[in-house]
Each structure stands twice: as structure tokens, then as C-alpha cells.
Design a protein around this ligand. Structure first.
Ligand SMILES: NC(=O)c1ccc[n+]([C@@H]2O[C@H](COP(=O)([O-])OP(=O)(O)OC[C@H]3O[C@@H](n4cnc5c(N)ncnc54)[C@H](OP(=O)(O)O)[C@@H]3O)[C@@H](O)[C@H]2O)c1
Length: 265
């Protein structure tokens, strides 16, 4: 039997936020396609969730910093008609500040966090728009809104994901396709362990549990939010930010430079 809700394809499903989405979506009754590099770990999770929730769970091994593997996942998104939800989540974090970074590592980060995320989001959006059904959840980060406090390449990859989501949301508005960007703050996963750092060295008041993060993000999804910031208690601040950004609109592209640059008249 296939799920009435359809299938959720989740990238970065072997640990952390992606593995938690897999659990929560299986609990809701979605069948799953779990994507990451560690096939053994994905297989264990797929078996566990299939048994626990009576759903179907497949594994699709892919290194999403590798174009051939990205194309394999893209093909599955475009051709598997059971897929109704795409959780575009795989990503890696920075090792150090930008000035101390290895540029080859930054290239891999851009390949995964931007190139793969973009290709798969656009493929899912095109496919779902044609079917007039489906939803996309993109994992961004709060540093998309605060690049000055973090490694700039990482922050820029997440600003890319946020921009892409807001732009696609406008295009998908009349296509019956939902899209959401989730902006986690520090969230206890394996992301720091993978680069030799530890959450234990951070202010614990700033670190969210991964189940709280995903449960809040899914509540935001259910409420129809385009951008979900799980830690933000006062959503008036976000609305004021959007209003201020919107007020810039009519002033951004005009025939003449502003008077303060001393060129006019
Ligand atoms: N944790 C935080 O504080 C935080 C905050 C803001 C945003 N985020 C974002 O949340 C997302 C998930 O990260 P996480 O915190 O859950 O970290 P995580 O526990 O390290 O999980 C990362 C996932 O991405 C997969 N992955 C890594 N490199 C990959 C590659 N080349 N190809 C395919 N899959 C790959 C990993 O699996 P394999 O190793 O098996 O491939 C793993 O499943 C990322 O986009 C991250 O930027 C995290």
C-alpha cells in the first residue's frame, strides 16, 4: 500500500535535522526516500521508521557535491509521481572564519549548499507546478539574516537559499505548490562534530534541541509560513523587517543617482 500523503524525499537524512524530519514525516504517514552519502546509516533509519510507523522507506545514496549524483536525485524528483514533499536539507558548515578557510572546502560547501540545493529545488518546483500539487521545505539558517557574525561563504549559501525560497514562493503562489524556508539558529546535530568543533563550547542558551527545531518548523509549515524562524518569539519583528525591506522597493532602480552623490543638477 502506498501512503495517502505520498512520499517525502529528504536530503541529508542520515543525521541531525534531516533524520528528524524523516522521523516526524513518517509519523505523519509519509512514505520516505532518504538521501545522503552514508547508505548503511540511511538503511538502518529506513528499516526503523518503516517498522515503527508502517510506511515504505527507500534509500537513495548520493554525494550531492558530485554533479552526477545530483542528477540522479533530480531524475527521481522529476519522474517519481508519488513524491509530494521535498525536504532540501543536506548541507555542511564552516570549519573556521573565512580568512582562515581552505578555499577548496568552501568550493565543496558551495557545491552542496548552493549548486545542489538550487538544482533540486528548481527541479521539484517545476515538477510540482506542472502537477499543481506538492511542497518544498528548504533548510536555510538565521545567519542568512546576520552574515556579519559568521563565516561569510556559509552565510551567503544560506542567504541564497532564503532568496531562492522567497522568489519561488512568489512564482508558485497560483500553482497550488507550497514552499518554506526554515531558518534554524544553533541546533544540536552533528554539523559541528563533522568539522572538529563542539556545541558544548557554545552558550547553551543559544542551542536548540533538534526535535524542538523540526517540530516548530513543521508547525510553521502547517501554518502556511514562507519563512520560519523557530526561535523568534515576536513575529512582529520579522513583519517589520519585511515592511522595511518592502519600503525600499520603489527607490532601488531609478534613472538618476541619488542627490547625496552630488551628480545631479
Ligand atoms: N545545526 C545547526 O546549528 C544548523 C543551523 C542552521 C542551519 N543548519 C542547516 O541544517 C542542515 C542540516 O544540517 P544538520 O545540522 O542536521 O547537520 P548534520 O547532522 O551534520 O547533517 C548533515 C546531513 O547532510 C548530509 N550530507 C553532508 N554532506 C553531504 C554530501 N556531500 N552529499 C549528500 N549529503 C550530505 C549528511 O549525511 P552523510 O554524511 O551521510 O552524507 C547528513 O545527513 C544543513 O543545511 C545546515 O546548513 C544547521
Amino acid at each position: 500500500m502506498t501512503s495517502k500523503l505520498g512520499t517525502a524525499l529528504v536530503t541529508g537524512a542520515s543525521s541531525g535535522i534531516g533524520a528528524t524530519y524523516a522521523d516526524r514525516l513518517a509519523r505523519r504517514g509519509y512514505d520516505l526516500i532518504l538521501v545522503a552519502r552514508d547508505a548503511a546509516r540511511l538503511g538502518e533509519l529506513a528499516d526503523k521508521l518503516a517498522k515503527a510507523y508502517g510506511i515504505k522507506a527507500d534509500v537513495l545514496r548520493a554525494d550531492l557535491s558530485d554533479r552526477a549524483d545530483v542528477l540522479k536525485v533530480e531524475d527521481r524528483l522529476r519522474t517519481d509521481e508519488a513524491i509530494t514533499l521535498f525536504v532540501n536539507n543536506a548541507g555542511i558548515g564552516p570549519v573556521t572564519s573565512l580568512l582562515e578557510s581552505d578555499v577548496d572546502y568552501l568550493d565543496t560547501m558551495v557545491a552542496l549548499n548552493v549548486t545542489a540545493a538550487n538544482r533540486l529545488a528548481v527541479a521539484a518546483a517545476q515538477t510540482f507546478a506542472r502537477r499543481r500539487a506538492g511542497a518544498i521545505i528548504n533548510t536555510a539558517s538565521v545567519v542568512a539574516l546576520a552574515p556579519q557574525i559568521f563565516n561569510g561563504t556559509y552565510a551567503a549559501t544560506k542567504a541564497f537559499v532564503l532568496s531562492l525560497t522567497e522568489s519561488l514562493a512568489a512564482e508558485l503562489k497560483d500553482k497550488n505548490v507550497r514552499i518554506q524556508a526554515v531558518l534554524p539558529g544553533l541546533t544540536r546535530t552533528e554539523i559541528f562534530d563533522r568539522v572538529g568543533r563542539s556545541f558544548n563550547d557554545l552558550d547553551q542558551g543559544m542551542v536548540m534541541d533538534v526535535t524542538d527545531l523540526v517540530d516548530a518548523a513543521l508547525a510553521g509549515f502547517d501554518q502556511g509560513e514562507i519563512v520560519t524562524i523557530p526561535a523568534l518569539a515576536d513575529d512582529g519583528i520579522w513583519n517589520a523587517y519585511l515592511a522595511a525591506r518592502g519600503a525600499l522597493g520603489p527607490h532601488l532602480s531609478l534613472r538618476k543617482p541619488a542627490a547625496r552623490y552630488g551628480l545631479s543638477g
